[in-house]
Write a protein that binds this ligand. Structure first.
Ligand code: SF4
Ligand code: SF4
Length: 127
């Protein structure tokens, strides 16, 4: 899966660098109305409000790593626990790289604690 992803990323980067502005494979009829709805909901509403759903569990060790690696500096440590702000871009780096798996976002639908975390093996978020 990673090898396929790297090939696709290289191809996408090559198109961007050569000035191609759109990916012709990603056409509106194919993605359907549901995807269109989700796309606009996220773009115009979700990205500004989903940060409110972040929760930290008792497993948090107060290491501050999530605050350090957040690319938008959206996480502030308050009394040793992270709190999120509206600068969040929903990249999910904090959830996936928390060493204690203490961060959840969709607990209210009962799936948060069962979700796997994704680590890109060649990426170091501290750099
Ligand atoms: S990275 Fe995880 S354990 Fe460390 S402060 Fe953030 S939530 Fe807590
Ligand atoms: S999802 Fe990304 S941008 Fe949002 S708080 Fe976590 S690391 Fe920062």
């Amino acid at each position: 899966m990673l090898e396929k992803g790297e090939r696709q990323a290289e191809e996408f980067a090559r198109k961007v660098m050569s000035g191609i502005e759109s990916n012709k494979k990603f056409t509106w009829p194919k993605i359907g109305l549901l995807a269109l709805f989700l796309h606009y909901s996220f773009k115009h509403y979700g990205v500004y409000h989903l940060w409110r759903l972040f929760k930290v569990s008792a497993k948090c060790s107060s290491c501050g790593f999530c605050s350090k690696i957040c690319p938008t500096k959206s996480i502030i440590m308050n009394d040793g626990k992270p709190s999120w702000s509206s600068k969040c871009e929903q990249c999910m780096r904090c959830i996936n790289y928390c060493p204690e798996k203490a961060i959840e976002q969709l607990e209210f639908i009962g799936k948060g604690s069962r979700r796997e975390r994704y680590y890109e093996p060649h990426f170091n978020p501290v750099k």
